[in-house]
Design a protein around this ligand. Structure first.
Ligand code: 4AD
Ligand code: MG
Length: 461
């Protein structure tokens, strides 16, 4: 039994050998006394040409095999140095294992990505999606090896929580309450005392707060899991369910945090270049011209680091009219980020020290009292890839900020304990896993790097 990837990578080993190949038919071109079956076995985006001849006892049946069917081929690997593909398989036995009717949605032609989203259960059978999901798997593995090699501990933070880690109110509620008979108190407020957990709970928006608890015991930890945001933003970069990698490090400040993030991005790029060179070439050719060169350059460059105030100055003096007003204090919008990454720096850039009013309650207030020790990593094409910060370790200042912003302290008493009992400088960040995959592959829509994407009005599969 051989898979296509092995054949392409080690053709010499298999030349003139008998092999067994299992896969799905992409095309069947039947002639009078012979025919060609194009087979994809899922191990590679390339499709293998199988030649079958009249001499096979089920020749007439093979001629009728339809696109989408599952087959097993026994045959010999024949080198074809002058053809488009370096080899083909000459079948000596061909068995139809799973029939497929005419109405199979994936036909041998170019389908739009919009159409393929409507058949999300079948789209991994296309070249593009098989390549994307293979790379997605490799990126996950690369991230684990990066942190494991540095002796970080992988912490599994809860999916169901009682807290809003970002304080942004974008949570999906978790409840077993009968929606038609929700118990309410006298003021008409839903009374979660009667619910499963005897309190209000939601799906996590980030594992950071729990990560901090473990960092302040084990020092270097990371989470890698699904997170959920009920933000109703219908963009190419936002999903309602996405995966996030969140390292958290005790005795580390914002600079250490950025160094760790930069090292991680380069490690991931190098890992994928090394382990999926064929896929990277494929993306370069068919998805986003130049993506290969772009990521190679990034892996060998030093990321720029500027402060938010410097970023605003650049935008204010830009020779460009922005739709959204630029002034100190604004949250950078997509057009601003794009200008910085795509036109000014043309490479990843860390923006640090944002105004505290536009950032989360847990970020450390700087000496100027106006900004916090935050960092965002912006990259060309994708925008914000990472968001991180040094955490506020001073109990009194943290309490004051939570009060100012209106973050309820009673739910987060345990979080404040981390400052009461041996609290210390610590920092961390969150990498949007899907955005990393988009950046590497050049795929522009987050829906096309998630096996079964969840976005507003879309949870069909
Ligand atoms: O900037 P965010 O909201 O930061 C946090 O959640 C922190 N708790 C992280 C930390 O410091 N531990 O999210 C981090 C990253 C973003 O930079 C972005 O890449 C990604 O998560 N992200 C999303 N990706 C897809 N869809 C969404 N709706 C996303 N929201 C954030
Ligand atoms: Mg952010």
């Amino acid at each position: 039994k051989v898979v296509t990837r092995q054949l392409f990578r080690n053709l010499e080993r298999f030349e003139h050998q008998s092999i067994e190949l299992n896969g799905w038919v992409r095309n069947n071109r039947a002639q009078k006394s012979f025919g060609f079956l194009m087979i994809n076995d899922g191990s590679f985006f390339e499709t293998i040409q199988v030649v079958y001849e009249e001499s096979l006892d089920n020749f007439k049946e093979i001629q009728k095999i339809r696109v989408g069917s599952a087959v097993t081929v026994y045959g010999v690997v024949i080198p074809t140095p002058n053809a488009k593909q370096p080899f083909e398989i000459k079948a000596h036995k061909l068995v139809l294992k799973g029939d497929c009717p005419e109405d199979y949605p994936i036909q041998p032609k170019r389908h739009t990505r919009e159409f393929l989203r409507e058949v999300a259960h079948l789209r991994p059978r296309t070249n593009l999606f098989s390549a994307v999901f293979r790379v997605r798997s490799l990126v996950a593995f690369a991230i684990h090896s990066y942190f494991q090699e540095k002796n970080f501990v992988y912490v599994h933070t809860p999916i169901i929580t009682g807290s809003d880690a970002e304080g942004a109110g974008e949570m999906f509620r978790v409840t077993t309450l009968d929606l038609d008979n929700i118990p309410r108190n006298e003021e008409g407020v839903v009374d979660f005392k009667h619910d499963f957990f005897a309190k209000s709970t939601n799906l996590t928006v980030s594992g950071q707060l729990e990560g901090e608890a473990f960092a302040l015991a084990l020092r270097d930890v990371y989470t890698f899991g699904p997170t959920f945001r009920a933000e109703n933003s219908n963009t190419q970069r936002h999903a309602s369910e996405f995966w996030m990698i969140e390292p958290e490090m005790a005795f580390a400040d914002l600079k250490d945090d950025m160094d760790m993030a930069e090292g991680m991005i380069k490690y991931i790029i190098n890992y994928v270049l090394e382990n999926a060179p064929e896929e990277m070439n494929f993306f370069d050719q068919y998805v986003s011209k130049g993506v290969l060169n772009r990521v190679q350059t990034v892996a060998n460059s030093t990321f720029k680091r500027i402060t938010y105030t410097e970023a605003i100055d650049i935008l204010l003096t830009a020779n460009k009219k922005f739709e959204n007003k630029v002034e100190w204090g604004i949250d950078l919008s997509t057009e601003h980020e794009r200008y910085l990454t795509d036109e000014v720096f043309k490479s990843p850039v860390f923006v640090t020290d944002y105004p505290k009013d536009i950032k989360a309650f847990y970020m450390r207030v700087n000496d100027d009292q106006k900004t916090v020790a935050a960092m965002d990593l912006l990259v060309p094409g994708v925008g914000e890839l990472i968001g991180g910060s040094q955490r506020e370790e001073r109990l009194d200042i943290l309490e004051k900020r939570m009060e100012e912003i209106g973050v309820p302290t009673e739910d987060l008493n345990w979080y404040l304990d981390l400052r009461r009992y041996g609290g210390v400088t610590h920092s961390g960040f969150g990498l949007g896993f899907e955005r990393m995959v988009m950046y590497l592959t050049g795929v522009e829509n987050i829906r096309d790097v998630i096996p079964f994407p969840r976005t507003p009005k879309n949870a069909e599969f």
